[in-house]
Design a protein around this ligand. Structure first.
Ligand code: PMP
Length: 431
């Protein structure tokens, strides 16, 4: 490590708080010099094949020439302008594109800053929808265990109370309803009893529930689980039966990751409110969108107070919107379905050897997501170093070692990535 790198890392260690990290005993961080395609280049010259797509977001790889050019051009025209009373072409183009590609019926677009904020916005919409109909007491939420919806307060209140990383806030969080985790896996035969807990909670409490919120098909940070599409169809039907809105949090699943453009597409359903984020800008910067049906929009607007009470400073940031438009165009112009199927196949083959390793209790793959579930939590500091020594960037959490690489990964790099994953798991849990 040269002197400069050492100094930078020392400053970082002394002054910068990293995610989910202790100040007194921080995990090691690695200084990134640049990134291109699926390669992250460290300051010391080492190159890592990226298995994380920077937490689901960098779908077209780093430093994508098209996205970078779009960003430069937009910066020369208009980087940002307040969205109250003003609008701009990038926001309009993005809204038009989103309305075309999301599940049917979602025609009102609200832009905001990040995934967690999108969840807050969606939940506020649901509360305001009931309020506008004179039913202010119908203001609680039903969700499913093993879910994850973000780190802000109301988002925390619908994260899994145990695996959702927010246990210590339980005392100050509103208490909502949690149905059992769907047990029926994506490709299992459907079992009717899987929906019982959800149905029971909704039947008992629907008078006080304004909306159901869940991640469609793929539960991400709350457990990396893939559940049966029939579950989602049943949820949709039950929400209609009990006049409860359905909020689909597609912040992680959106834009092809699970093999369909959106998780809801596996079940052929449309939610009343949809949250998008992460890959929306191809991972270039933060932006989220909440889409709602005309009905949700009109009910909110016709009741008291007649407007939706939210409006962040950086709403519809023009740089982010323009990059998002180009990112979605790139995706749609590509042969993305075949490409995700190729990655799925590579992940299945590449992770299969893990299945018989000591310490591994499950291996599962859906779309461009591969998960190796271990019996015990990893030693993060040690395993991170091992992955780097093997030339890959994989960041597990708890008992889950998982990859969701940028879609531009080649077969060869994918094979290096999965081989490294298997090898490191084998080293961590020797026979
Ligand atoms: N919802 C889901 C399903 C997520 O995976 C995440 C991020 N991990 C969020 C919401 C929160 O998004 P953000 O980190 O952009 O606030």
């Amino acid at each position: 490590m040269d002197k400069d790198t050492g100094k930078l890392l020392q400053f970082d260690r002394q002054h910068i708080w990293h995610p989910y990290t202790s100040i007194d005993n921080p995990l090691e961080v690695f200084l990134v010099e640049s990134a291109d395609g699926v390669r992250i280049r460290l300051e010391d010259g080492r190159e890592l094949i990226d298995g994380m797509a920077s937490w689901w977001s960098v779908i077209h790889g780093y430093n994508n020439p098209e996205l970078t050019r779009t960003l430069r051009e937009q910066a020369g025209r208009l980087a940002h302008v307040m969205f109250g009373g003003l609008t701009h072409r990038p926001a309009i183009d993005l809204a038009r594109l989103l309305i075309e590609i999301v599940p049917q019926g979602l025609r009102r677009v609200f832009f905001c800053d990040s995934g967690s904020v999108a969840v807050e916005v969606a939940m506020k919409m649901a509360i305001q929808y009931s309020y506008a109909q004179g039913d202010a007491g119908k203001n609680r939420f039903l969700t499913i265990r093993s879910g994850y919806h973000g780190d802000t307060f109301h988002a925390m209140s619908v994260c899994d109370p145990t695996t959702g990383m927010h246990q210590i806030y339980q005392g100050v969080l509103p208490q909502y309803f949690f149905a059992d985790t769907p047990a029926c896996r994506f490709s299992d035969a459907w079992r009717e009893e899987d929906i019982h807990s959800f149905r029971q909670l909704l039947t008992e409490h629907h008078h006080s529930i304004c909306a159901v919120i869940l991640e469609p098909i793929v539960q991400g940070a709350g457990g990396m689980r893939f559940y049966h599409p029939e579950y989602l169809r049943r949820v949709r039907t039950l929400c209609d039966e009990f006049a409860v809105l359905l909020i689909a949090d597609e912040i992680a699943t959106g834009f092809g990751r699970s093999g369909k453009l959106f998780g809801c597409d596996h079940a052929g359903i449309s939610p009343d409110i949809l949250c998008l984020g992460k890959a929306l800008t191809g991972g270039y910067m933060t932006l989220a969108a909440v889409l709602a049906t005309e009905k949700v929009g009109h009910v909110i607007s016709q009741g008291e107070p007649g407007v939706f009470m939210h409006g962040p400073t950086f709403m519809a940031n023009a740089l982010a919107c323009s990059v998002a438009v180009r990112s979605i165009q790139l995706l749609l112009e590509s042969n993305w379905q075949e490409n995700i199927a190729r990655i799925e196949c590579g992940l299945r083959q590449g992770l299969e050897p893990c299945r018989t390793l000591p310490g591994v209790i499950d291996v599962r793959v859906l779309g461009a997501i591969g998960v190796v579930e271990l019996a015990v939590a990893v030693n993060m500091a040690r395993i991170q170093k091992l992955f780097i020594a093997h030339g890959v960037w994989i960041r597990p959490f708890g008992r889950l070692v998982y990859v969701m690489p940028p879609y531009v990964i080649t077969d060869e790099d994918l094979s290096t990535l999965t081989r490294a994953l298997c090898r490191v798991v084998e080293m961590e849990f020797p026979k």
